[in-house]
Design a protein around this ligand. Structure first.
Ligand SMILES: Cc1cc2nc3c(=O)[nH]c(=O)nc-3n(C[C@H](O)[C@H](O)[C@H](O)COP(=O)(O)O)c2cc1C
Length: 213
């Protein structure tokens, strides 16, 4: 008998959003919530679920790690030849979702996606642990793989071949930047009386709207 999920019920305790949140700077709020998630020592606080659109119009989501952010956008690193890379080459838009249990917060960001310039990708690539660099060099992310043993053999061969040389960053690897055009912040509160605000970028700055939860 499956566990009765309907009986699972948690009352969320959080800090209400300020009254003037609709005129807030979303990047300042984003920074505060990210810092608080890090301070709370939540696991993988910078993990975000990125959704892309497949050529057939269906959505596809997966978790990646946010590695940088600024008003220019949210930066993550991946294989441009992966499924997400192929989707973004055709339709360069993505949703990015953060969920932080504990403070009971969610942020959804939507925007247009571009590639990070190669020099910045190189700088990050070479800052990664060497084994991660070799894994990225070997992986043909999202392509079929015969067996675990095949991957291990390819990693061993690449490790031998590269020796003590610098690991070359694959031409198909690098960063993507999500230029956020719309944010939605959600704060869980007791008795399902949550706070929710959408902030949309316009020529005159960010326009905020509170939404029923
Ligand atoms: C916690 C976590 C962090 C991850 N971070 C990344 C990442 O930063 N970059 C990446 O390409 N894949 C990352 N992955 C793997 C992706 O979820 C995904 O399996 C992979 O990128 C292939 O996705 P695609 O076939 O949809 O392109 C992560 C997975 C998890 C669970």
């Amino acid at each position: 008998m499956a566990t009765d999920l309907r009986a699972l019920r948690t009352d969320y305790v959080g800090e209400p959003l300020p009254d003037d949140v609709a005129t807030a700077d979303p990047w300042a709020l984003f920074a505060r919530w990210m810092d608080e998630a890090i301070e709370a020592e939540l696991p993988e606080p910078n993990a975000m679920t990125v959704s892309t659109v497949r050529p057939d119009g269906r959505p596809h989501s997966r978790v990646v790690l946010l590695k940088e952010y600024s008003a220019d956008g949210l930066v993550f690193f991946t294989d441009y030849g992966s499924a997400k890379g192929e989707h973004l080459a055709v339709n360069p838009v993505a949703g990015a979702l953060f969920y932080w249990p504990g403070p009971m917060r969610q942020i959804h960001a939507v925007g247009t996606v571009t590639r990070l310039d190669r020099a910045a990708s190189e700088a990050y690539f070479h800052s990664r642990p060497r084994a991660s660099q070799i894994s990225a060099a070997v992986s043909q992310q999202s392509r079929p793989l015969g067996s675990r043993a095949q991957l291990e053999a390819e990693l061993a061969e690449a490790t031998r071949e590269i020796g003590d040389d610098e690991v070359p960053m694959p031409t198909t690897w690098g960063g993507f930047v999500v230029d956020v055009e719309e944010f939605e912040f959600w704060q869980g509160l007791p008795s399902r009386q949550h706070d929710r605000v959408r902030l949309t970028r316009t020529r005159d700055g960010w326009i905020g709207t509170r939404l029923y939860p």
